[in-house]
Design a binder for this molecule. Structure first.
Ligand SMILES: [Zn+2]
Length: 260
């Protein structure tokens, strides 16, 4: 075994966390600023997490795909030791939110941070441990943190890019059962580079490549960085329904012959 077998997999935890729970149309008057997020982080760190979370870089995002997002790098050594580094909290500054919605989004990401920082094993991105913490916080602090990915019509319209585009998508099955996806530039060399490197990672079980025309994939970063975005597998069924599977064979990318 060579060291090439160990790669960084950047776990972009992908969190829409669209609030979908209010019965009244709330007064929307909060556009996130860096200072506000930092102060909220410090406030809730003290209130909820006993000041146990070191402050991490905070970035404003104008992404079309999420309200909040925690990113970090996870490195697994050949001996199975896991390290987490480069935590970053991103909050969308494009969507006008009620203060409670913005705060719920920040706390939602802080729960992800708490779980990763303390290396708590969970069943999935929003698994048993996440829900347990979220429910306890909602109850104790009268919050309305959710894991729903449905937004209000207005929020979705503010964010979503709905035009169907052609994408090359890698569906990466991890050995721990998770499913990751990656949108790769439509250039043969870059597809091959991604496929070869990620296939060799000790964390990876299989990599499948697809050519697909669907707006679902617009929300994911398009690059050949050796990372994945974790998704729930059932979210891919409809977007991949008419995709054509590609295979890498003898140095070429070609269509899988069997008809779908
Ligand atoms: Zn989340």
């Amino acid at each position: 075994m060579s060291k090439k077998l160990t790669i960084y997999v950047q776990n972009v935890i992908y969190c829409c966390n669209f609030a979908n729970h209010f019965l009244f149309w709330p007064i929307r008057n909060m556009i996130a600023t860096e200072q506000y997020i930092r102060e909220a982080f410090e406030y809730y760190n003290k209130l909820i997490f006993s000041n146990s979370l070191p402050l991490i870089p905070i970035k404003l995002s104008r992404a079309k795909s999420f309200l909040g997002q925690l990113t970090y790098k996870r490195k697994v050594s050949l001996f199975g030791k896991t390290q987490y580094t480069d935590f970053c909290l991103r909050i969308n500054c494009k969507v006008d939110l009620a203060k409670d919605e913005l705060d719920d989004t920040i706390i939602h990401e802080m729960i992800h941070y708490y779980i990763a920082y303390n290396k708590i094993a969970d069943t999935s991105t929003h698994g048993v441990q996440f829900r347990r913490l979220m429910n306890a916080i909602n109850k104790k602090y009268s919050r309305h943190i959710t894991i729903t990915h449905h937004g209000t019509q207005e929020q979705n319209d503010q964010l979503r890019d709905k035009k169907a585009k052609w994408h090359v998508v890698a569906v990466v099955k991890m050995k721990d059962g998770k499913t990751g996806i990656k949108v790769i530039p439509r250039v043969v060399e870059r597809i091959v580079y991604y496929y070869n490197n990620v296939s060799r990672s000790p964390e990876v079980d299989s990599v499948r490549l697809y050519l697909v025309l669907h707006p679902y994939f617009n929300q994911f970063p398009n690059s050949d960085k050796l990372n994945v975005v974790y998704v729930e597998p059932d979210k891919l069924v409809e977007p991949l329904a008419n995709a054509r599977q590609l295979i890498y064979k003898d140095g070429h990318i070609q269509y899988l012959k069997s008809a779908q």
